[in-house]
Design a protein around this ligand. Structure first.
Ligand code: NDP
Length: 483
């Protein structure tokens, strides 16, 4: 069985405690590797390595830093098959999804920020006859990056790449539920010749390793992606320490389908937006609001399409939905389906896990939930208000635009929204009024890495992406010179 190790000061090292956690393949329910059960001692070692590396790395010429990030991207690409297999095995997602989305995106994240650092510039403000102000954008120092299990390497690299590009040194923690591709990334960094201590990856539990990173006096900024409750705890610890914080948190995203949309295309795309990655993408649209005049037509076409989705072995080429990431998370998703029934919801399809008999031998102990569509629930009930983060969506009719906005904005979250309409004016109007950090019109999950990424309300604080991340990972200092 493979043993994963931490990456500290340029080497793969066992945790100080010498304790390991079992890493389970969700598609089979079997332990297949061991993940370090690190603690604050490992975080301290990682911090010391990062601190020693900071002076050298922050002064490294931009072109050299750019080349190093490019080497890392090339290293991931060279091991594409290995990364793809590991991501699918660790998370349960279909192999083809890891190949089409997760790993190529991790490569792009490194390339994007490698290039960005060469174009990043700071401002100057002239005061005629008085002098000139110029703004330095300096690396912060040692920063912490903490990421979740749903898009493991994709989100991990989305933080690490801009942090390194801007000259910071990093102590990073992937989710202990999906640690494997972060481990492979350590190997790539060693092969690429990343100077020791520049990036340190400490594996282990959130309550131990994550908390130790957040509490560490010397770690000056925290970039976190994960659940809203965890984000709240992190903010409670880090804010009184005056750390810079970027929090990308949960969502309960609305999809608004207006009567004037292209129905066939909308149905197709909304199915994708609902169930990609088993519904375990923070941007999935889990509350679908449909204008009354087309409600039945949309519902019937939508449910018919959902019924064609194949759930099963992530290794099979025709699988649309793989396994739920863990048994615990599967049980959480199922408990929400039960709650929906108690709240008066009607299950239109799915509604349960996949019976052992329907799974192949390899997967019979895996964690699979059928894509589930529910109707008949009030928009303010718990099922429609709380994040489920699985293959479960609700369908709710609305009368008019005002109605749709009231329902869409009724949750505490505000991450993303999708609007389906052919009325351009309506699209603009609704996009402006909807409480979300990201709005897609007649599309979903189209990503340009230059755009600001993040949510409002309980979906987070701050933005990632493009210059936003470069600004987050640098400290502006204004310098005035008298003329
Ligand atoms: P969690 O909040 O449980 O965990 C996220 C990361 O934080 C993990 O590495 C976790 O470690 C760690 N962690 C847990 N407790 C602490 C702590 N006290 N201090 C520091 N770190 C801690 O989220 P999940 O992994 O369950 O991910 C799912 C959530 O992430 C969903 O709510 C989803 O919406 C959100 N998400 C948001 C995105 C966005 O961009 N807004 C994108 C993707 C997901 P461990 O795994 O060991 O618990």
């Amino acid at each position: 069985m493979e043993t994963i190790n931490n990456y500290i000061n340029g080497s793969l090292t066992e945790p100080v405690s010498k304790q390991y956690l079992q890493n389970i393949e969700p598609a089979t329910g079997q332990v297949y590797s061991l993940c370090p059960d690190s603690d604050e001692h490992d975080v301290q070692l990682a911090y010391e390595a990062a601190k020693s590396a900071f002076d050298g790395w922050s002064k490294t010429p931009l072109e050299e830093r750019m080349l190093m990030l490019m080497h890392i991207a090339d290293g991931i690409e060279k091991r594409m098959d290995e990364f793809v297999a590991a991501e699918s095995k660790d998370n349960g997602k279909p192999l083809k999804l890891a190949r089409a989305v997760d790993i190529p995106r991790a490569v792009s994240n490194f390339r994007f920020y490698a290039s960005a650092i060469q174009h990043f510039a700071s401002e100057s403000h002239q005061m005629p006859g008085v002098g000139i102000n110029y703004t330095l954008r300096q690396a912060i120092g040692v920063v912490g990056c903490i990421s979740p299990w749903n898009l493991p390497l994709y989100l991990f690299s989305w933080k690490i790449a801009p942090a390194l590009a801007t000259g910071n040194c990093v102590v990073a923690k992937p989710s202990e539920i999906t640690p494997y591709t972060a481990y492979l990334l350590s190997k790539v960094c060693i092969e690429a010749g990343l100077p020791k201590g520049v990036l340190n990856i400490v594996h282990g539990l959130g309550g131990k390793v994550g908390q130790a990173i957040v509490e560490h006096e010397g770690i000056k900024a925290i970039s976190f992606t994960g659940g809203t409750e965890t984000g709240k705890r992190i903010a409670a610890t880090a804010a009184p320490m005056f750390k810079k914080l970027s929090l990308e948190l949960g969502g309960k995203n609305p999809t608004l389908v207006f009567a004037d949309c292209d129905l066939d295309e909308t149905v197709k795309q909304v199915v994708t937006a609902s169930f990609s990655n088993q519904g375990e993408i923070c941007l999935c649209g889990s509350r679908i609001f449909v204008q009354k005049s087309i409600y039945e037509k949309f519902r019937d076409a939508f449910v018919a399409r959902v019924k064609t989705l194949k759930v099963g072995d992530p290794n099979n080429a025709d699988t649309n939905l793989g396994a739920i990431v863990s048994e615990q998370h599967k049980n959480k998703v199922l408990s929400y389906i039960q709650l929906a029934k108690e709240e008066g919801g009607k299950i239109l399809c799915g509604g349960s896990d996949l019976g052992q008999t329907e799974l192949n031998d390899r997967c019979k102990n895996g964690y699979f939930v059928l894509p589930t569509v529910i109707e008949g629930l009030h928009f303010q009930c718990r099922t429609q208000q709380e994040e489920i983060f699985g293959p479960v969506v609700t369908l709710t009719p609305f009368e008019n635009e005002e109605d749709a906005l009231t329902m869409a904005n009724s949750v505490r979250y505000g991450l993303s929204a999708a609007i389906w309409t052919n009325d351009l004016k309506r699209a603009h109007r609704v996009a402006e009024k909807i409480e979300a950090g990201i709005v897609w019109i007649n599309s979903w999950l189209v990503r340009d890495l230059r755009t600001p990424f993040g949510g409002v309300k309980a979906s987070g604080v701050g933005r990632e992406g493009g210059w936003e991340a470069m600004r987050f990972f640098t400290e502006p200092k204004n310098v005035f010179i008298k003329s």
